[in-house]
Design a protein around this ligand. Structure first.
Ligand code: DOR
Length: 425
């Protein structure tokens, strides 16, 4: 195993120091380190963070390998600074059995670019009618702890209650896609002034807020853990704020795109901006940023949602919702938050690793900890060219935008998955 000595690097924003990686762990951190056998990386001006952890990634395998595979998505993740991703269950077949979650987990191990932690479906086939075999998935080699029908809401309150009760036995989490389906029938974008002007059917904020309000009450009643996926409205933030103040065991994530973009993008009719939940208003963006800063929102999660060209380059109404996220998330975080390294490490690595229970991830580089880390050049700027992304899909909403920050290197258990900005395999 090659050793790596990163010199004069800032660890999570602290004064520059040296960092030695050897035998899969951070062997030493301190000024003036020497290691004659090590490959030296000049870390001047660079920042080392614990490897990023994504709670919400769509890898599309099995079933839509034309859009993404576990391997291509893992490579995209590594290039984005990630060392672990949680793979959503809305594959084909759906990840609702021990067999499918083990398949995804094994493919992740084979690719060995990030740790792939499968999420299991809450209901059979995501149909919202019967609970899936949650216990069998928890007991499988994939050791599933997070369950989600993401893409669909677990709309039936009785099923949601049963799911929350069931996962308590192994301290599992239900991650809800909060969307009251009766309120979003035919919806194409956020319901508001822009949708009225464009004549598109709107997805009202209350469809999200009503489900979150219901689910925090259910989680409180049952004493179980709830995670809210892709929070997108100011009203949702207020519901979460009150629930957290009462001590409800709820955590929440926001996507990079909901922190940056608004429903005004729909005026282009470019389906690259179609996403679920939809892009909201500037006031929502302001509230989401404040909630991220004060901790009402725990995590930035990408909702990386690759789609094949024919599913995106068509009329708005026919296009599938979703955007790529893994390769640009850190740049968007840097753009939105500035160089608040401790906050970035907390929201993109420590908190998601804690929520998902991923040991060895989300730990700041220090002697003896597993060398799962990423090294960033915050001063670099790069223009996003969709054709240059590692994802098999091209549906980035940031095409040709110039964004701050570049991932220089990512290490998974001491082995580089990215070096000099390029994937090592
Ligand atoms: O925009 C979205 N795309 N939202 C979801 O909830 C699902 C995702 C997908 O799977 O494409």
């Amino acid at each position: 195993m090659t050793a790596y000595l990163i010199t004069s690097v800032s660890v999570v924003g602290a004064a520059p120091t040296d960092l030695l990686i050897r035998d899969g762990v951070v062997a030493d951190v301190g000024p003036g380190l020497t290691a004659p056998d090590a490959t030296v990386i000049d870390g001047t001006g660079l920042v080392a963070l614990p490897g990023l952890v994504d709670l919400h990634t769509h890898l599309r395998e099995p079933g839509r390998e034309d859009a993404e595979t576990v391997e291509s998505g893992s490579r995209a993740a590594a290039l984005g600074g990630y060392t672990a991703v949680c793979a959503m269950a809305n594959t084909s077949p759906v990840a609702d059995t021990a067999g499918v979650v083990e398949q995804v987990w094994r493919l992740g191990r084979e690719a060995n670019l990030v740790d792939v932690q499968p999420i299991g479906a809450v209901t059979v086939g995501l149909a919202g009618e019967r609970l899936a075999e949650l216990g069998a998935m928890a007991d499988s080699a994939a050791r599933v702890r997070i369950f989600s029908d993401d893409g669909h809401c677990v709309a039936d309150p009785k099923l949601m209650r049963r799911a929350l009760e069931y996962v308590k036995a192994f301290d599992g989490i239900i991650a809800q896609h909060a969307e009251e389906p009766r309120l979003t029938e035919g919806a194409q974008m956020h319901e508001g002034e822009v949708s009225t002007r464009l004549g598109l059917i709107g997805w009202p904020a209350v469809a999200e807020e009503a489900i979150i309000a219901r689910d925090v009450l259910l989680a409180e009643h049952v004493g179980s853990r709830l995670h809210v996926c892709h929070v997108s409205t100011a009203g949702s933030v207020e519901v979460l704020r009150q629930a957290k103040a009462r001590g409800v065991r709820v955590t929440a994530e926001v996507t990079p795109h909901h922190l940056l973009l608004t429903d005004v993008k729909a005026e282009t009719y470019d389906p690259v901006f179609k996403v679920n939940p939809p892009l909201r208003t500037a006031a929502d963006v302001t509230a989401l940023r404040a909630a991220l800063a004060d901790g009402v929102i725990d995590v930035i999660a990408t909702d990386h949602a690759p789609h094949a060209v024919e599913d995106k380059e068509c009329e708005w109404a026919y296009a599938r919702p979703g955007m790529l996220g893994l390769e640009t998330a850190l740049s968007i975080a840097l753009d939105v938050l500035g160089p608040q390294w401790d906050l970035i490490a907390e929201r993109m690595s420590r908190a998601p690793a804690r929520i998902a229970g991923l040991t060895g991830h989300g730990v700041d580089p220090a002697p003896g900890v597993p060398a799962n880390l990423t090294v960033i050049d915050p001063a670099a700027r790069r223009t996003i060219e969709p054709a240059e992304l590692a994802s098999r899909s091209r549906n980035t909403p940031y095409a040709r935008m110039t964004l701050p920050g570049r991932i220089v290197a990512t290490f998974l258990r001491g082995e580089p998955t990215v070096l000099d900005g390029k994937a090592t395999k």
